[in-house]
Write a protein that binds this ligand. Sequence first.
Ligand SMILES: Nc1ncnc2c1ncn2[C@@H]1O[C@H](COP(=O)(O)OP(=O)(O)OP(=O)(O)O)[C@@H](O)[C@H]1O
Length: 485
Amino acid sequence: MTLPTVLVADDDRSIRTVLTQALGRAGYQVRATSSAATLWRWVEDGEGDVVITDVIMPDENGLDLIPRIRRIRPELPVIVMSAQSTLTTAVQATQRGAFEYLPKPFDLTDLLAVVDRALKQPLVIAAQAETPKAVSDEPMPLIGRSPAMQEIYRIIARLTTTDLTVMINGESGAGKELVARALHDYGRRRTGPFVAINMAAIPRELIESELFGHERGAFTGATNRHIGRFEQAAGGTLFLDEIGDMPPEAQTRLLRVLQEGEFTTVGGRQPIRANARIVAATHRDLRALIRSGQFREDLFYRLNVVPIRLPPLRERPDDIPVLAQHFLNKAQSEGLPAKTVEPAAMALLSSYRWPGNVRELENLIRRLAALVPQPVISEEIITQEFTEYAPPEEPVAANPGEDSDNMSSVVERHIARLLTSLRESGEEGVLYERALAELERPLIRMTLAETRGNQIRAAALLGLNRNTLRKKIREHGIGVQRRVG
Ligand SMILES: Nc1ncnc2c1ncn2[C@@H]1O[C@H](COP(=O)(O)OP(=O)(O)OP(=O)(O)O)[C@@H](O)[C@H]1O
């Protein structure tokens, strides 16, 4: 049996070398080139079983090559690697028919897994079913290149050719509405309306009429016929925000609409066809609400077709500097004076917990852009902001004479802070996990830094199984990996 052949195109010699070695060790034959033209010649000659290509090459953009390859060799999977790593690149790669998209830097084991999958899996050419609008390099709606965000981009890209119902779970201010918008803007209903409705912001008794509309005289005060959000969203997307706060009667009605594909207005008889793609979001744990009888399980399964977990900002600290810069630029484009953040101040921002997530960061930067007279935002300014605006820390009774900097007092301070924030939010059942995560995240990050990203060494140092370590790295969205690129 002949070995499968992988064709590699990248103008960076070191990447070609690393890939050639790794793929060779994994048992593949490899041909590597720096130019798109050579890759194209090999493909035309019928060579290769899988292609791995970079996007930016001196002679041609790798993304433009994909439709041409797919036309002459539809069975040949193309894996795209890109250093740009934005939502747009992920969407473009998927729409042109790439098998998979790998943002640089990536983990070699991930690459080998993708190659393996590409060789085993028959190609589904979903992306070719319709001609997508060219996704231009318009301003990026979602900022951030952390592994956690890359996973979100990948899901959004995969969903561009479907109308599947999506459920976004994430803390307040983490960007759920922005993800919902991206699903709409890059999806096939993008020319239709995007209509949002927040279940927590509307009085309970008005939710059904808001959603489905009402007839004149349907209830006291209904002086005119009112068109509901479902009808407004026809041909587009209906974003049901804070779905966990939906009252039970409205849940029952929504379930029926989703099952039957039509609805009637409050007080109306004539069924109206429901033609809205549903994206729902919540910061709550819906499974817990189901257990306590506050959310219908059957509705949950109708909505939870594609679940997306949007991690809180503290789980993707790599994104904080780019987000901060993005909000500074935005403030400047709105006429506020230009400012920069000094590195020590940026480090402080990156280590903060951000209970209000991206919204809190955005508000802080706006405030600083408007109020700080100096052009450079210093560490002192950030420290001052955090002491003024952050919830006060609980004083912990320390043993007199105990070194206040020792590990247990630091940990106690953290736990005290966690207890305060949970007391305020009334959340239960998460303390143990959060407290351990607080310790586990820096422990793993620092060990990986110590071993310069070598996971085998880190696992050995920690005394953890390598798979366990990999799982924890993923869970915590830690960006330090054995890097290529
Ligand atoms: N990845 C991101 N890139 C750029 N801006 C972001 C990002 N995530 C969130 N934002 C900004 O942060 C703010 C909060 O985001 P959004 O309203 O989408 O959060 P949410 O999770 O829907 O919050 P809530 O549940 O409180 O409604 C918005 O101004 C949004 O533009």
